[in-house]
Design a protein around this ligand. Sequence first.
Ligand SMILES: Nc1nc2c(ncn2[C@@H]2O[C@H](COP(=O)(O)OP(=O)(O)O[C@H]3O[C@H](CO)[C@@H](O)[C@H](O)[C@@H]3O)[C@@H](O)[C@H]2O)c(=O)[nH]1
Length: 406
Amino acid sequence: MYKAIILVGGPSRGTRFRPLSLNVPKPLFPVAGHPIIWHHLEALSKIEGLKEVLLIGFYEDSIFQRFIDDAVREFPKINIRYLREYQSLGTAGGLYHFRDEIQRGDPQQIFVLNADVACSFPLNEMMEFHNKNQGLCTILGTKVAREVATRYGCLVANPENNEVLHYVEKPENFISDLISCGIYLFDCAIFDEMKKAMQNKQLRVDPDQLVDDKLRLEQDLFRPLAVSKKLFVYVTNDFWRQIKTAGSAVPANALYLEQYLKTNPDRLLKNESGGPTIVGCVYKHPTAFVDPSAKIGPNVTIGPRAVVGKGVRIKDSIILDNVEIKANSCILHSIIGWGSKIGTWARVEGTPITNDQTVITQNGVKLQSITILANEVMVKDEIIIRNCIVLPHKELRTNCHNEILM
Ligand SMILES: Nc1nc2c(ncn2[C@@H]2O[C@H](COP(=O)(O)OP(=O)(O)O[C@H]3O[C@H](CO)[C@@H](O)[C@H](O)[C@@H]3O)[C@@H](O)[C@H]2O)c(=O)[nH]1
């Protein structure tokens, strides 16, 4: 029997996801028509013998209830629960705190998944790899561009057997382009290692060292595991990316839509006579309406009850619930928030992003990125909004470029 944990974090961690996280906790933000962590559940549901998924975080208890109610109907073989940390305990702190709950029923192995990633989740392959070596933990790893590697947990592995020789979390200088995807498979003996790590932390009396009560997988567990030759990496060449900023939901959307094309093409819109023109991968919620004269795609998700008018063009964007886009408007590289209204002949445009930007402004200037309208924003007829982040309930009557509109 197997179990899985999704580390969902808490409200204080979603700040880079603003303004969208003002409306919905980041793990529940819809990407490719489903909450971010629904994709984790879908992947976990394909593991034979996986009985329980625990969401661990420090959000209020009620936050995940509706999602869980829907998910248990959709994935009936999995028991899904939320366990709340009384405060942020760190990436291993919650696991350690709830260790009895996690080990109840004696699971053979436990998957631990960061919530804020989009991935093909090659979990069965990880498991096969894990069972062939002598490790306590297998990390899913991937190669990234050298210039961004230091933003992640970096690994140096033995090319013969993929044993991790060296692990450094977000090193100051480049050590490797092989990084941790934040997806792990553990044997239950990891809890003994956590106990040791916790004791070491409590014993540490170096006054110069900033001691807090958090236990972190990356800093407190992986280093000693690498030293004792119990840490391995399974390297994937399939898709993976972080979802940190609000804008990064758009490229994540593209990855999942392209995956649908391979695995569930029926989830995507097709070109049909009398229907809108579809370019590439497009997901539309069944309750949304798109006028047949509109041209949509590639990489577009249209949420529940959205209405897309005549002659509208949408590309590389996420349109959320209850949005109305009036005739002949153009939406490119943008996220249009819940209940927003775009007038006729308007243009809302951002810039496509490649690697996730970690900052929004530089020297007081808004960097080129995805344009984001929060909820209930109104863009008047013929207005152009380019490279902006717009906070909730704004009414935009003049053209705006490169601004954060509060
Ligand atoms: N339950 C809980 N979850 C937490 C806590 N702190 C963080 N998390 C969750 O743990 C995950 C990692 O978050 P961060 O601590 O912000 O780390 P990071 O910058 O995303 O880096 C991590 O992920 C990278 C891959 O995306 C890794 O490369 C890196 O090594 C590290 O694991 C996220 O899903 C976050 O919600 C906590 O105190 N409690």
